[in-house]
Design a protein around this ligand. Structure first.
Ligand SMILES: O=C(O)CCC(=O)C(=O)O
Ligand SMILES: [Fe+2]
Length: 245
C-alpha cells in the first residue's frame, strides 16, 4: 500500500451454493481474492506455530492436530475487509466484536486435523468473557499448491448433494464409492460456511463434526473465521490466547 495506490476494501462477487439446510452449510466460490490471499501469506510467513487444540483433556487431544496456526492482527486492513464480508454474509446482525481474531492454519505433507467440532464442549471455554460458544464457522482455502493431493475437508455426518455438478466443478470429492459424508476438495479462494449450534437450544450440533484430511502431497493454508454468540471481551480479543481457543 502506498499513497498513490491506497488500499480500498472491496468485495468480490462470490457465488453461493447450499449444501445442507440442517445443519446449515453453504459453499462459497471466490470468497477471497488472489491479492488478499497473497497478502495473508506474506504477513503471516514468519508467525506460525504448532496449532493448539482447546479441549477437555488438552494433553490427550493435542496429537489430533499436526498443523501450524497463527492469528491475524485485527488492525490489518485486509483482515478487517474480510471480517466485514463475513458479517455481511451473515446478514449484518453480527457485531465486529463477536468475531475471534482471524486464524490461519497451514499443513505440510502428512499433516492433518482429525475429527472435531468447532463448537466447544468444555463449559470452561464457553464463558461470556469469550463471547459464549462458536455460532458459525467459515473455512477458507487460502493457498493450495499445484502438487497438492488429499487435504480435503470431510464432514462424515452430512448427506452429500446428488447432482454431478458438484463433482464436475471439482468442489466435492466424488471418487469414493462408499458413502463417507461430504468431502470438499481444497480449492483456492473458496470457502465453506456452516452454523455450529442448534437453533432451538443453542447446543452444539454434533452433525457439524469435520476433519482436515491428511495431505498426501503439497501444502495447504486455510483461514478460520469464527463468530461467537456474543461479543468477546476486549481482553479476549486482544489477548494472545492459544490460537485455537
Ligand atoms: O483443514 C481443514 O480442511 C479444516 C480445518 C478445521 O476444521 C479447523 O481448523 O478447525
Ligand atoms: Fe474445524
Amino acid at each position: 500500500d502506498n499513497v498513490n495506490n491506497p488500499y480500498k476494501c472491496t468485495h468480490p462477487s462470490y457465488q453461493v451454493h447450499k449444501v445442507s439446510s440442517s445443519p446449515l452449510v453453504i459453499y462459497i466460490q471466490n470468497f477471497m481474492t488472489p491479492s488478499e490471499r497473497q497478502h495473508l501469506r506474506q504477513i503471516s510467513s514468519s508467525t506460525f506455530r504448532r496449532s493448539a487444540v482447546a479441549g477437555n483433556s488438552g494433553a490427550q487431544r493435542v496429537g489430533i492436530r499436526t498443523s501450524q496456526s497463527t492469528s491475524l492482527p485485527p488492525s490489518d486492513p485486509i483482515a478487517r475487509c474480510i471480517s466485514e464480508r463475513a458479517i455481511s454474509f451473515q446478514g449484518f446482525d453480527i457485531h465486529e466484536s463477536q468475531l475471534e481474531p482471524l486464524q490461519l492454519v497451514k499443513y505440510a505433507q502428512t499433516e492433518r486435523y482429525d475429527f472435531h467440532t468447532d463448537w466447544l464442549s468444555d463449559p470452561n471455554y464457553v464463558t461470556s468473557f469469550n463471547g459464549g460458544n462458536r455460532q458459525s464457522s467459515f473455512f477458507v482455502y487460502v493457498h493450495v499448491s499445484n502438487d497438492t493431493t488429499g487435504g480435503g475437508t470431510n464432514f462424515p455426518l452430512l448427506a452429500a448433494p446428488h447432482d454431478n455438478k458438484w463433482c464436475d466443478l471439482g468442489i466435492l470429492e466424488c471418487d469414493e464409492l462408499y458413502t463417507n459424508g461430504v468431502t470438499f476438495r481444497p480449492l483456492e479462494g473458496n470457502a465453506i460456511f456452516w452454523e455450529n449450534l442448534l437453533p432451538e437450544s443453542g447446543e452444539g450440533d454434533p452433525r457439524t463434526e469435520h476433519a482436515g484430511l491428511p495431505l498426501t502431497s503439497g501444502d495447504k493454508m486455510g483461514m478460520n473465521i469464527w463468530t461467537r454468540q456474543m461479543p468477546l471481551s476486549e481482553e479476549a480479543r486482544r489477548e494472545d490466547l492459544p490460537v485455537d481457543f
